[in-house]
Structure formats: C-alpha cells, structure tokens
Design a binder for this molecule. Structure first.
Ligand SMILES: [Zn+2]
Length: 46
C-alpha cells in the first residue's frame, strides 16, 4: 500500500509510514467510531 501522507510504498499492515511517520488506518477508524458513538449517545438521551 502507499502512505496517505507522502505517497511512498510501505508494507500493507503498517500502522505508521516508515518515511514520514503518518498513521495509516488509525485516523479514519477513530473518526468513524467517534461519530457512531456520538450518534448512539444522542439517541440514548432522546
Ligand atoms: Zn509517509
């Protein structure tokens, strides 16, 4: 796969780019779960 930050080729299972140190899967996963959690919380309140 290729780094989302700098575009260099890195191993497929890398969490971080070997070249620039950018996280690869962590960021989007975190944003998705955060949004889901927020929606679930607001539904619980209502
Ligand atoms: Zn990179």
């Amino acid at each position: 796969m290729y780094c989302k930050q700098c575009g260099k080729e890195i191993p497929n299972d890398s969490e971080y780019c070997n070249f620039c140190g950018a996280g690869q899967n962590f960021k989007s996963k975190y944003q998705f779960s955060y949004k889901e959690r927020w929606l679930a919380l607001s539904l619980t309140i209502l």
